[in-house]
Design a protein around this ligand. Structure first.
Ligand code: RNT
Ligand code: ZN
Length: 423
């Protein structure tokens, strides 16, 4: 049966020379790295679990949080069944499975992630990875790789080295390179009397971590900066300038988290600048609300602008798109579904634009036309193409995915927490 809304919409875009079928083919090939930690509020499965720390916060007590690897994987499967396309899952070191043994982070090995790899193979998803330098007694004072204490620093260096090997294992096993991303919480609550020394220590620690040759074929290394955290308001060791320079000088990938800049500073505006000097860059797409609050990604202007920058600069193969949000005040499977569908939607929106013409008008100085057409495209029948894409990919169209989440909540999630009464 013909989908009339789609056929009509397609004609509208074709008038501008946009090949909609081709766009949908392209969209299918863009993997989004979905962060596992939305499913359990960044708890992980360590035997000796510590409270969440590192200046990040998950708020809310919605029932149904995953408590075991099996639950987390089941929840991810549910979300993946509602998201069009083939994607990746982003793990943290605290999601290791150690069979009840307390294995400290510097001793982690690929075998502790074998179940994740088996699962990823079964579901044909790639894996990305992150060492966890928070929620641990050795990060209790807010310092890790820049810690003045040599032993503590060494512990975290060893952890990061172990994680790069795990990343390599993921890449080898799954046939797609793993992005292993280093983010540390290090910073000070109040004005430092010395900014240089901790930064020097961080630089040396990173040099040590990356001194182990782990080929780019299976493992890609990235570094993620931050502006401030809770308890590190005055100073963060791994600032944007620090990592931008570090990545540049050491051939590492710079990872930009959209919540890690000043409120009016936009990551969308940084992509082209970085793309000129780096073969690859990585993103943690998030949504800061007044601070680095990690709200679920919505289909807002900045998300669209990020997607536009990636698409119009032909950088789909160079930008590794990952998500980073955690909201415990809503259904967690819905959070994944909403945020990831929005990221894909934004890419589709960006792919359905007459970029060539728009660029030409700018070059000619015809800013009237540039603005007029960019504005008109905002109300082009993009929704009909999105619905058709979902249908073709075998996932629920429009808000129908919500019914599946509600059923899953009733049947599975609410049973996890028998004490919760929904009002
Ligand atoms: C924290 C960073 C970091 C974490 C995850 C859990 O501000 O954004 O990426 O959110 O590693
Ligand atoms: Zn992040």
């Amino acid at each position: 049966m013909k989908n009339h809304a789609f056929e009509l919409a397609k004609k509208e875009y074709e008038r501008w020379g946009i090949d909609v079928e081709n766009v949908l083919g392209k969209l299918q090939s863009i993997p989004i790295s979905i962060h596992c930690w939305q499913g359990d509020d960044i708890s992980g499965f360590e035997v000796n679990k510590s409270e969440l720390s590192g200046g990040i916060e998950v708020t809310g007590n919605y029932p149904g949080k995953a408590r075991t690897p099996e639950e987390l994987r089941a929840d991810l499967e549910k979300a993946l069944s509602l998201i069009p396309g083939k994607h990746r899952i982003n793990l943290h070191a605290i999601y290791a499975e150690t069979d009840g043994d307390a294995v400290d982070r510097d001793k982690l090995e690929p075998k502790h992630f074998q179940k994740w790899v088996d699962w990823a193979k079964q579901h044909r998803v790639g894996l990305d990875f992150n060492p966890t330098l928070f929620s641990h007694e050795k990060s209790a004072d807010g310092l890790t790789l820049s810690h003045p204490n040599r032993e503590i620093r060494q512990f975290w260096i060893d952890h990061c080295k172990a994680c790069r090997k795990i990343g390599e294992y993921f890449g080898k096993e799954l046939g797609t390179p793993c992005l292993t991303n280093v983010w540390i919480p290090d910073g000070y609550k109040d004005i430092p009397s010395d900014r240089l020394t901790p930064r020097k220590r961080l630089k040396e620690a990173l040099d040590d971590i990356f001194s182990v040759e782990i080929g780019g074929k299976y493992n890609l290394d990235s570094v993620e900066s931050k502006l401030f955290g809770i308890g590190s308001e005055a100073f963060v060791v791994g600032s944007h300038e620090f990592y931008l320079q570090y990545a540049q000088a050491n051939n590492k990938i710079c990872l930009l988290d959209t919540g890690h800049y000043h409120p009016t500073e936009m990551v969308s505006n940084k992509i082209s600048a970085l793309a000129l000097f780096n073969e690859k860059l990585a993103l943690h797409v998030s949504r800061p609300v007044r601070w680095d609050s990690d709200h679920v990604v919505t289909f807002d202007d900045e998300l669209k602008e990020i997607a536009l920058e990636i698409v119009r600069n032909d950088a789909l193969d160079n930008v590794l798109i990952g998500l980073d949000f955690f909201d415990a005040s809503i259904n967690r499977v819905a959070a994944w579904t909403i945020g990831t569908r929005n990221m894909i939607k934004a890419l589709l929106y960006a792919l359905l634009m007459p970029h060539q013409q728009l660029k030409e008008w700018q070059e000619k100085g015809d800013y009237t036309k540039r603005l007029a057409i960019m504005e008109e495209f905002k109300t082009y029948p993009f929704g009909a193409i999105w619905d058709y894409y979902c249908e073709q990919m075998g996932v629920p169209v429009k808000e129908n995915w919500l019914t599946a989440v509600e059923e899953y909540e009733k049947k599975i999630l609410l049973k996890r927490d028998a004490t919760f009464v929904k009002v």
